[in-house]
Design a protein around this ligand. Structure first.
Ligand SMILES: [Zn+2]
Length: 364
């Protein structure tokens, strides 16, 4: 990224820095060494740029288990990252739950959440409370930002909403709460940025009338480690309006791993820009929502393009098309952020397909 653009305003580091291994193969010293290495590498590569890190579910000694109270992990993170956060008023929440807020410019505030406190696999928290008081704090931070006329970017590791399998990764109560708070403060929140899924995606939050309110971006991972799909590594640059916070464009870079192995050298290249790939002028909720509407058909140019980017342009030998059933799941996920809304959307798709089939059948 330094070779593409060395003078960025800030960097969002969206977590899962520690190896994705079984708990018996990792220990606390590895955690310390890896975090120190990556922190130092970022500091030496971008010496004048603040980095705002969030915790991933793998970033602890016992995978997925994050406590809603002061722990060694949070204390060490505060020592490591306090020079970036550069605001000692954030020490208490960093030490208590790994979350904080920073005024990044006179117009823009960054709120970094620890969504692992809401993760279904985290057995250190209850499924219905307010772990580490993060929700109460978030509402206060958003109220303050509204009063100060600041715009807010929220960032964390695990996103709200559902996965393509139709399930939320966060406890239902916590997912619902995040949706409600985000809608209540959609005049303040300009965007949300997450990691976790390793693939390149976005969602659009809508209010109860179906009006698009907040854009949600999921960045692909820097490693090619995949779960169900093969994909290349990616890093992204975001162009935004410094006064309004409006996101204008994603400039996505990637590494073609197969080509790099053949050449014996890694060459990061531009993968796509949102204006070039989709013809959209900005990434406002309305603009993304209209893009989603153009992806309603699995064979639309826009959806084909989205799907290729979703898996970060893999080699042809590993590429799998996303047709019919896959498309319905990916499509419903764009705007349906609860399990029940997602299930309803899928049903409508099936009805659609069945009707189309019968119309086609009778025409013959
Ligand atoms: Zn993760």
């Amino acid at each position: 990224m330094r070779s593409f653009k060395p003078d960025v305003d800030f960097i969002l580091w969206t977590g899962d820095t520690i190896l994705h291994l079984k708990p018996e193969n990792i220990n606390h010293q590895m955690n310390v060494d890896i975090f120190n290495n990556v922190t130092n590498l970022l500091k030496s590569t971008f010496p004048r740029t603040p980095v705002y890190p969030s915790f991933g579910n793998h970033d602890t000694d016992l995978t997925d288990q994050f406590e809603p109270r002061n722990t060694l992990l949070y204390n060490q993170a505060w020592s490591r990252w306090r020079s970036w956060i550069n605001d000692d008023t954030q020490e208490a929440t960093c030490r208590k739950g790994g979350y904080y807020t920073v005024k990044a410019s006179p117009y823009l505030r960054i709120i970094v959440l620890n969504t692992i406190l809401y993760y279904k696999r985290n057995k250190q928290v209850t499924s219905d409370g307010d772990p580490a008081g993060q929700f109460r704090w978030l509402v206060e931070a958003l109220q303050y930002a509204r009063k100060q006329k600041e715009k807010v970017i929220i960032t964390a590791h695990i996103p709200l909403g559902v996965q393509p399998n139709g399930e939320t990764e966060l406890y239902k109560h916590q997912n619902d709460r995040l949706i409600a708070i985000s809608n209540q403060y959609s005049d303040v929140i300009v965007a949300m940025h997450f990691g976790h899924e390793h693939t390149d995606a976005f969602k659009v939050l809508t209010d109860e009338k179906g009006v698009p309110t907040v854009p949600i971006f999921l960045a692909p991972s820097v490693t090619p480690l995949g779960y169900s799909l093969s994909h290349n590594p990616g890093i992204r640059l975001i162009k935004y309006n410094r006064i309004t916070g409006l996101h204008l464009e994603i400039i996505q870079y990637y590494l073609d791993v197969e080509a790099a192995n053949i050449a014996g050298t890694a060459s990061w290249e531009l993968e796509y820009t949102t204006s070039g790939a989709y013809g959209i002028k900005n990434l406002s909720p309305a603009s993304l929502y209209s893009l989603v509407n153009r992806m309603k058909a699995a064979d639309s140019q826009e959806f084909k393009s989205f799907w290729k980017h979703y898996v970060v342009t893999p080699p042809r030998s590993l590429y799998k098309e996303c047709e019919s059933k896959c498309h319905a799941r990916v499509f419903c996920r764009f705007t349906k952020l609860t399990e029940s809304d997602f299930a309803k959307c899928l049903q409508e798709f099936d009805v659609d397909n069945i009707q189309k089939f019968w119309r086609w059948f009778f025409r013959r």
